[in-house]
Design a protein around this ligand. Structure first.
Ligand code: NDP
Length: 292
């Protein structure tokens, strides 16, 4: 019997299998497209010929698929009794609700379940700085943490199986909006005929300078928790005026203004709520509610 089975050999599943093998584990793998397992077989992984064989091969089954629907499609091919007593670790991305549904499904067939969110790209798996959020049973996490450690530092968030993907989605919101902002800004520059290479190094410097500008996450958390947003240097009215200039610049340049308009809307609604004289962090009071 292998120590662990990896189901799904996209870039992430492959990288995690390499890490688990490097950690000295015996690994069985299965992938819908079997040829993706070839390099891993050469390195010592065993290829299962079906999902049922893959599940039978190990006590711990890691799923790394496009989403949880893909996980269902694979597990549908496994007779329910074969899942009893297994530990399923689903590291596929999906919504927190979908993660909770998968946890219920696992419980329904007598399997234990841990959900995870891998917080680094595939090439960083197993390297310093790699980490994975996990949630679900604390006992299951404690038992599995040593096995999973070669993938990246294991960070446990709590018993709710939705938490790991909630943290993943929240982090990706920061990441994706930053990337869109960067490209939207580059489009503004090039629309004026200026080379983006004159701009992008400074823009990236700005991104890495944000922690120095806004303080630690600890300080920001306290502000958000206490709903106190003293605005000395950068209040919402001042920042909102800048947001409006950006929208007008984008519109007059013929560049997409959807993202700047969304940002302007945050400031306008904060000001309309009477919080214009407070720090920009007062936007949190608007963003935490669904707009009417
Ligand atoms: P891919 O989308 O490239 O891999 C998808 C895997 O899912 C493949 O093994 C594919 O099989 C399989 N698959 C998809 N649909 C089905 C199905 N219906 N039945 C059976 N197998 C299916 O993703 P990655 O490997 O890049 O990522 C895996 C997960 O990890 C995703 O949820 C992703 O969001 C997450 N993640 C990825 C990161 C990355 O850097 N790549 C970073 C952080 C998280 P086949 O080979 O046959 O197509």
């Amino acid at each position: 019997m292998s120590d662990v089975t990896m189901i799904g050999l996209g870039p992430m599943g492959q990288a995690m299998t390499w890490a688990l093998l490097s950690g000295g584990n015996t690994v069985t793998v299965w992938n819908r497209t079997a040829s993706r397992a070839d390099p891993l077989r050469t390195a010592g992984a065993t290829l299962a010929t079906s999902p049922a064989e893959a599940v039978q091969a190990s006590p711990v089954i890691v799923l790394s698929l496009t989403d949880h629907a893909a996980g269902d499609a694979v597990l549908d091919q496994v007779p329910a009794p074969a899942l009893r007593g297994k530990v399923l670790v689903n590291l596929s991305s999906d919504t927190p609700d979908r993660s909770r549904r998968s946890a219920r499904r696992a419980a329904g067939v007598g399997a234990q379940f841990l959900t995870g969110g891998v917080m680094v790209p595939a090439p960083m798996i197993g390297r310093p700085g790699a980490f994975v959020y996990y949630s679900g049973s604390g006992q299951v996490f404690d038992d599995l943490a040593p096995l999973l450690e070669p993938i990246g530092e294991a960070r446990y968030l709590g018993a709710d199986p939705g938490l790991a993907q909630l943290f993943y989605q929240a982090s990706l919101l920061v990441f994706l909006t930053s990337l869109s902002g960067l490209l939207n800004a580059a489009a503004l520059i090039s629309a004026a005929g200026a080379p983006t290479r004159d701009f992008l190094p400074d823009a990236l410097q700005l991104l890495t300078g944000i922690p120095a500008m806004i303080g630690t996450g600890e300080e920001l958390s306290t502000q958000l928790e206490t709903a106190e947003h003293p605005g000395d240097l950068s209040n919402a009215v001042m920042m909102g005026a800048t947001a409006e200039h950006i929208v007008r610049t984008a519109q007059s340049s013929g560049v997409d203004s959807e993202l700047p308009e969304a940002v302007l809307s945050h400031y306008q609604r904060t000001i309309a709520a009477g919080l214009g004289g407070q720090n920009w962090t007062a936007l949190y009071e608007i963003l935490r509610r669904t707009p009417f």
